[in-house]
Design a protein around this ligand. Structure first.
Ligand SMILES: *[C@@H]1O[C@H](CO)[C@@H](O)[C@H](O)[C@H]1NC(C)=O
Ligand SMILES: *[C@@H]1O[C@H](CO)[C@@H](O)[C@H](O)[C@H]1NC(C)=O
Ligand SMILES: *[C@@H]1O[C@H](CO)[C@@H](O)[C@H](O)[C@H]1NC(C)=O
Ligand SMILES: *[C@@H]1O[C@H](CO)[C@@H](O)[C@H](O)[C@H]1NC(C)=O
Ligand SMILES: *[C@@H]1O[C@H](CO)[C@@H](O)[C@H](O)[C@H]1NC(C)=O
Ligand SMILES: *[C@@H]1O[C@H](CO)[C@@H](O)[C@H](O)[C@H]1NC(C)=O
Ligand SMILES: *[C@@H]1O[C@H](CO)[C@@H](O)[C@H](O)[C@H]1NC(C)=O
Length: 436
């Protein structure tokens, strides 16, 4: 390892809210006695069936009932899981497909009740990697990082976790992520009806950090891309509205690995730009192309450890200048500037730490302002307590309360009926108070 390795792990936890999932290799999987789903890159189920290109976005292509072995599952309140493979649209507007994993609660107020509206949370879990085999559909078999799936299940809601980076693991590409998030919702609603007899659903979206990018771009695209889809609301925390300004700041920091993952991830949607990147990487010697692309064999967490404090520009023949060329900056601006895709038409709870150390709050203020000027419906909490990682946990109860509002009419959170409300809060979750 380049970096001083595992000793750093506790301090890395302090600066980034990241799933500490370790990419599983075929060798490890072969030695494990349990029955698990195979690696997405090798699993025959995990690819689109013949003729899929002619289907419409959100159409169901495959269903895998009882997807996970329930014996080792470390997620509570779950009765069963299934996966859906569905058609979507990539960043260039061409057809693609993706997978979502759905968790069914062991107790829902709809159980045994006819004509009941089942609430569904689409939970965009940030996985921060260009490694397909570190997608949530695979990794969640062993448990979840933050306990949020279990909490939502405990409320009786279904939880759908889309692999929003898609089949190319396009970390950082917000356009494809937004489309996939929307199409996963359409597909799950169809399967709820066709396989589970649930014809009435209400769906809300939730995402923090990179999961916020997917969630936020989804609510921007939805009115035009999916006018058929009614989104009850969206909770969006720790948003990164501008990849172009935040990305280069990561080089040579503790989280340099995220920059490498982002360059690989976004260019997976742009073949021309990928060719250019490959042509500018050092072919041999220290900091070479091979080592650069090792990132796509690592989970987000593993790449943080491996590339910690590496000056990412060293991998390029011409240094940082190689990345400041119009075709790349245009690509990053197109994918990574939120607020430009469309005007959301759903109720939003936005939360952000004022002292966010990963993504400055000013950019989120500006996006909220832009939407509100055009009549959006947003409750925006600016939290004076903690940084990026803290707000993940500090925003949890308020997000659950928000979903209580959109699904069940709970008024714990004072969401305006129309228009916007910005509140400066000072909120720290008491570690001794259980979430509800
Ligand atoms: C649901 O699961 C949780 C833990 O996983 C358990 O405590 C609870 O009793 C279960 N409820 C029902 C109705 O089975
Ligand atoms: C994808 O879309 C682009 C731009 O619309 C087009 O030039 C390209 O041929 C398409 N590629 C595929 C594989 O369909
Ligand atoms: C189902 O509920 C809706 C209200 O949500 C009501 O309008 C409708 O009549 C109900 N249908 C049946 C078959 O009970
Ligand atoms: C749900 O819709 C399906 C057809 O889509 C229909 O066969 C079924 O009777 C409906 N179930 C209820 C409870 O309305
Ligand atoms: C590229 O870098 C890796 C890691 O330092 C090294 O193992 C490998 O030999 C290098 N390859 C070439 C062609 O120099
Ligand atoms: C959605 O659009 C309709 C029609 O323009 C508007 O009346 C409504 O207020 C919008 N809702 C939200 C939450 O933005
Ligand atoms: C929140 O605090 C900021 C300073 O951090 C201030 O400029 C703003 O007016 C406050 N907003 C509200 C709604 O109180």
């Amino acid at each position: 390892m380049r970096a001083a390795s595992l000793l750093l792990s506790s301090s890395i936890t302090a600066v980034t809210a990241l799933w500490q999932f370790k990419a599983v290799t075929p060798e490890i999987l072969a030695q494990d006695g349990g029955t698990y789903l195979g690696l997405p890159s090798q699993d025959p189920w995990y690819k689109a069936p013949d003729g899929w290109e002619t289907k419409a976005p959100g159409d169901v292509l495959r269903i895998r009932p009882h997807a996970y072995n329930m014996t080792p599952i470390a997620i509570s309140n779950v009765k069963d899981t299934f996966q859906v493979l569905f058609r979507s649209t990539n960043s260039l507007g061409n057809e693609t497909w993706a997978v979502t994993t759905v968790f069914i609660p062991n107790k829902s107020h709809c159980d045994g009740v006819s004509n009941c509206t089942q609430a569904i949370v689409s939970y965009q879990l940030p996985y921060d990697t260009s490694c397909l085999d570190a997608s949530p559909s695979f990794g969640l078999q062993w448990g979840e990082p933050y306990g949020e799936i279990a909490l939502a299940l405990g409320r009786g809601w279904w939880v759908s976790v889309p692999d929003f980076e898609g089949p190319l693991a396009s970390y950082g590409a917000s356009i494809v992520a937004g489309h996939i998030t929307i199409d996963s919702a359409r597909a799950v609603i169809k399967v709820a009806s066709s396989e589970y007899g649930i014809n009435k659903t209400s769906i809300g979206f939730w995402g923090y950090s990179n999961g916020a990018s997917a969630t936020e771009s989804a609510v921007e695209f939805a009115p035009k891309y999916a006018p058929d889809l009614k989104i009850a609301g969206a909770a969006i925390g720790g948003l990164t509205p501008n990849l172009g300004t935040s990305g280069p700041l990561l080089a040579a920091t503790q989280v340099a690995g995220l920059l490498i993952q982002g360059i690989i991830g976004v260019t997976s949607q742009y073949p021309e730009q990928r060719k250019y990147i490959v042509s500018r990487l050092n072919p041999s010697g220290p900091y070479n192309a091979t080592e650069f692309f090792w990132a796509s064999l690592m989970s987000g967490w593993q790449s943080l450890l491996y590339y910690s404090y590496v000056n990412v520009f060293e991998y390029f023949i011409g240094g940082q200048d190689d990345l400041i060329v119009p075709e790349l900056t245009a690509m990053f601006d197109r994918e990574g500037t939120l607020g430009n895709f469309g005007q959301p038409n759903t109720t939003i709870f936005m939360y952000h730490a004022i002292e966010d150390d990963m993504t400055p709050i000013g950019e989120t203020d500006a996006v909220v302002q832009k939407f509100c000027d055009k009549g959006a419906n947003i409750l925006y909490h600016r939290n004076a307590w903690g940084g990026h990682n803290d707000e993940l946990g500090n925003g949890r109860q308020r997000s659950l309360d928000f979903f209580g509002y959109i699904f069940d009419g709970s008024t714990k959170l004072e969401v305006p009926l129309t228009g916007c409300k910005t509140v400066n809060v000072t909120f720290m979750q008491d570690p001794n108070t259980p979430f509800s």
